[in-house]
Design a protein around this ligand. Sequence first.
Ligand code: NAD
Length: 466
Amino acid sequence: MAATASIRVTSPATGEELGEVAISTPAEIDAAVRAARDAQPLLEELTMHERAALLHRAADIVEERLDELARELALEQGKPLRTEAVEEIEETAGNLRMAAEDVKRMDTAVIPAERRGKMVFTFRKPNGVFAMITPWNFPMMIPSELIAPALATGNSVILKPSELTPLSGRRLVEILEEAGLPEGAIGIVQGGREAGEALVTHAGVDAIGFVGSHGTGEAIVRAAGMKRTLIEASGNGPQIVLADADLAAAAAAAVEGAAYLAGQVCVATERVLVEERAHGEFVELVLARAGEVVLGHPLEEATTMGPLNNEPVAAKMDRHLADAGAHGARVLAGGRRADGFPTDLYYEMTVVDGVTPATLLFREESFGPVLPITTFRSDDEAIALANDSHLGLQAAVFTSSLRRAFRFVNEIRAGNIQVNETTGYWEGRPPFGGAAGTKTGWGRIQLEDFTDLRTATIDYLNTPEE
Ligand code: NAD
């Protein structure tokens, strides 16, 4: 018999092997889909309060094991334990609880009928079997933000976590099973592109929730055909700094937005557009802030920024910085992998000035700890630069003028815009997703998008008397 293929998981922080997971075979994937199909009606039969109670129970387990889960996450993903890993586990529990509570308030409309004797109302059904395909940057939180609303609304779910962080995804599924979901209601498939494709194209899968890069998102949409898809893809978020802004706050927000998770966040600050007359002062403030970032081992107390998760991301940083140099941009801080760490994935906090729209730093999502700075002279030019992107997930504007703030809110093409706050500011409740007309995807992470809206018309005059 052929040996089962497997994924060996190594820590980006230390290079040590953390574990191994078997790649799901086509037969195992098929079995997971069948189990999910069988379980779905059982899940739908539960009352919404019963499903909510299961999600609260799962959240209790996540909270009880916070220390252990955060430590495992920090080692597998590379994020600092004390801050980001703990936050991610807390947000995971929060997502489970939020879906459990929100589902109880999900009303639908009764529509005034055109004809006498008719009552028209809408109601929501689950989509059926949902496949969730997720990335490696938030390997517990992102699966939870998809799985929780899907289960709350009565879908069964199969998670395919990233092949780079399969252990965290497995932990979450184990916890949901332990919380007492009907057998098969939550399943897991391990592997990379092939496993994802097998789920997307499986006739027993009704809908796909995807979070990842825009190229993969497009491939999934093509393969999924008419299946429901919820696509949350890449960002290239600008932070715009107008000269009338609190420049110290703007500099702090920009560095926070680029350094959080070493920039490997869809809502990271990927570009900074600063009004020319504020440029000199702003750059000084940014450099002072960037100097406070402590790159280090994720388990060390003092660390504020850990290593990158994987070599392709680090190589992309190398490529984007070399390209910026070739286009005449100047590296003011960092700009290289750091020496003296157990792996080659520790990247220095980097600030680059004089970045033009011709560069990869400007045009593409860099997904690393880099702040590329570009100047502009007028609000019109700032808006044109901000919108000069095929991605439109998040943006931020810093100004003390309400009038100017509202213009940017209205005219920047992004699903989420912050005023006087970092692009990375995050709340679980608002509908999250990309702007239409960009490659960031479609749909919103909100309960409604996990359901199928149906309409019923009742003719109560023609109902025979009993
Ligand atoms: P990725 O697209 O490489 O992989 C994401 C997932 O898709 C993985 O599980 C992978 O195995 C799977 N996959 C790859 N090819 C597939 C295919 N052809 N069919 C089905 N599944 C396939 O993304 P990544 O590198 O893991 O994640 C980083 C990206 O995710 C960044 O672009 C980031 O901006 C984006 N992201 C977006 C959000 C958001 O909410 N919009 C949040 C986090 C990350």
